[in-house]
Design a protein around this ligand. Structure first.
Ligand code: FEO
Length: 177
């Protein structure tokens, strides 16, 4: 497989294949992070928060799946890399969502890097494929920021926290995750 020349039909360059395999790992790690957050929220006695993180865990599996399927569609090779252990210990509802937002900002940077690579490799198909993720990241960051804003507003008030928990309990899996 070529390294970085313009693409022929159906081929992924080695650089793009490696970068997308790395992104599959990032998305699976994201799923792991949110699963750890679901456990931590449950430990805090916040079942609604735990539900929200569990739904996000499922979305991240869906993201990994999109990249996985794309590599196969382009007749390239999937490489499943080791998944790191998430560092979620002794959190509060607020620090969980602050960590979620920081994590999503990191993923946004990863997607931007992939976009730049697709452009530099003149891989128009990958460039277009990544559009969905560019939009998704705007939503992911906004969702985390919205909960942070609510948590800052209630400032640890148990009634406020209870209300937010009830709201987060209503989140269901996104149909296109
Ligand atoms: Fe798959 Fe939350 O980015």
């Amino acid at each position: 497989m070529r390294d970085s020349q313009p693409l022929e039909n159906g081929m992924l360059s080695n650089k793009i294949q490696t970068a997308i395999n790395q992104q599959i790992n990032e998305e699976l790690f994201s799923a792991y992070v949110y699963l750890a957050m679901a456990a931590e929220a449950d430990r805090l006695g916040l079942p609604g928060f735990s539900n929200w993180f569990k739904m996000q865990y499922q979305e991240e599996l869906g993201h990994a799946d999109r990249f996985f399927n794309y590599v196969l569609e382009r007749d390239a090779q999937v490489e499943l890399l080791p998944i790191n252990q998430p560092e979620i210990n002794d959190e509060s509802a607020l620090t969980l969502f602050e960590k979620a937002l920081n994590h999503e900002r990191h993923i946004t940077q990863c997607i931007s890097g992939l976009k730049d690579l697709a452009k530099s490799e003149s891989d128009h198909a990958t460039d277009v494929f990544l559009e969905w993720f560019v939009n998704e990241q705007v939503e992911e960051e906004a969702n985390a920021q919205q909960v942070i804003d609510q948590l800052r507003l209630v400032d640890g008030n148990p009634n406020g926290l209870f209300m937010i928990d009830r709201e987060l309990a209503t989140r269901t899996a996104a149909p296109d995750a």
